[in-house]
Design a binder for this molecule. Structure first.
Ligand SMILES: [Zn+2]
Length: 342
């Protein structure tokens, strides 16, 4: 058993986790925001060609996690939180917000039934340009093309990327990781040229033996979103195309923020209050991006910087979140809410 798992058991059985969680909620008045991407069980990791790091829990893990949330917190939406920030309502004791990024259809198949049953109003941040289109998010498509590439070399001239077949430490997963990291570090024009290049060089659609595989990476469609919305699920924006917002010029930035909000509002009868910055790390957004989000009508923006949010010094345009990882057993899950910075 790893050290983290042993420590989290000690914290649980000694009652320290529960005590610290209560102090955080009631004394420091903090609001935690949980972050998930995908809820999915994969039986054969080697045969899963998409980004595996986005799978945060299986359906059964998600069920006990949400039971824990229901027993220990009072989940709210960003609309409720925005109303609180404007002074028109009070927060419940132990508030929490449960979020999902991107808008994978497993949110509908695997997370929504649990959320509906337990009455938890989660928020799904949609990459609006992909919703209802039968194509994987660009990073998943890149992952698939790397995994299904038959030749020894994987190369993208636009970003100066070349795999090294002589490196014994390089495998298809590391090639994808290096490649996606590079794609996130270049300008938006370069990223778009790189995507065009790999489309011409490597993409020939799904091969016939991969027909069933394509169902493993699908964005939600609008009918699914509408049904979830009717049962208390809230939606937020995660841009139109999932670029790094800090790398965009003003025209592109406004388009990503404004158009995504418009697309979602056109399709779902809900005013969009919240934005999740794509990738969400320190270098992926800045004050200029936050100001533009404010101008476009967002009341709250969330990052993926690890942490929780004390109400006394709240930064509504850079809320922190706690990313749930698949290695989180029950004890690690509850202690990570008590000690989010560990
Ligand atoms: Zn994302």
């Amino acid at each position: 058993m790893r050290k983290k798992q042993i420590n989290s058991r000690l914290l649980h059985y000694s009652g320290i986790s529960r005590l610290v969680r209560s102090i955080r909620s009631n004394y420091f008045r903090e609001i935690p925001v949980l972050n998930y991407h995908r809820i999915l069980e994969i039986t054969d990791v080697d045969k899963f060609p998409f980004d595996q790091s986005l799978i945060d829990a299986t359906e059964s893990e998600f069920r006990w996690q949400m039971n824990f949330i229901r027993d220990n917190y009072q989940p709210i939406t960003f609309k409720y939180f925005a109303d609180y920030l404007e002074g028109s309502n009070e927060l419940p004791d132990n508030p929490i917000i449960v979020t999902f990024d991107d808008g994978y259809d497993d949110n509908y198949y695997n997370a929504f039934p649990v959320l509906k049953e337990l009455g938890i109003p989660a928020t799904i941040f949609l990459t609006a340009g992909y919703i209802g289109k039968n194509m994987p998010f660009w990073y998943d498509w890149l992952s698939y093309l790397v995994q299904s590439n038959k030749s020894e070399l994987f190369e993208i001239g636009a970003i100066n990327f070349k795999s090294n077949p002589n490196d014994p430490l390089q495998n298809k997963n590391t090639i994808y990781r290096d490649c996606v990291k590079k794609m996130k570090s270049v300008s938006n024009e370069t990223r778009l040229s790189a995507l065009e290049e790999i489309e011409q060089r490597y993409a020939h659609g799904y091969s016939s033996e991969d027909e069933s595989i394509k169902n493993l990476s699908k964005p939600l469609n609008w009918a699914q979103c509408k049904e979830m919305h009717e049962h208390g699920i809230e939606f937020g924006s995660h841009s139109v195309t999932h670029p790094i917002l800090s790398s965009l010029d003003d025209v592109q930035l406004r388009y990503e923020l404004e158009e995504s909000k418009n697309i979602i509002e056109r399709n779902i009868d809900q005013s969009i209050k919240a934005l999740a910055y794509p990738n969400g790390q320190v270098s992926d957004f800045n004050e200029h991006v936050a100001n533009m989000a404010k101008q476009c009508g967002y009341k709250i923006c969330v990052s993926l910087i690890k942490g929780t949010n004390p109400l006394s010094k709240l930064l509504p345009y850079e809320l922190r979140r706690l990313h749930i990882e698949p290695s989180h057993d029950k004890y690690v899950y509850s202690s990570s809410l008590a000690f989010p910075y560990l």
